[in-house]
Write a protein of this length. Sequence first.
Length: 138
Amino acid sequence: MTDLPPPAPQSLLPRLIDLVFGQRLPADLPAVAQRAIVADRRASEILVCLIQFGAIAFFGTFYALTPKAFPPSVPFEPVPWALAAYFVFTTLRLWLALRDRLGPVFLSLSILVDITVLMVTIWSFHLQYQQPPSFYLK
């Protein structure tokens, strides 16, 4: 087995950009294939938005049905705010997807928003149920 040298540093940046923003379609693809790939990506993004709306509805219903454990002194409940913000963002994402205006920057922003909403929701459980911070790390 031969040891291959590590990739040259200048090749890492384009690979990282492709990883974050997705690879561009090859220019030598036939127009029919390019249109089919773009249509498939658009349909996938719309499906992702619909799944996100389903998750918002599920977690909103689950949150509404569970007993609240916040003490009366807590003026702010983060879960409803996080779900409402996520609903607004997902609505914007669906609107852009239906108009075929989702670019790689917005899709990368969407990943950050997804992770942020998830982390805020998990973090808020230790506040709501008055658990030590190690509760949300488990």
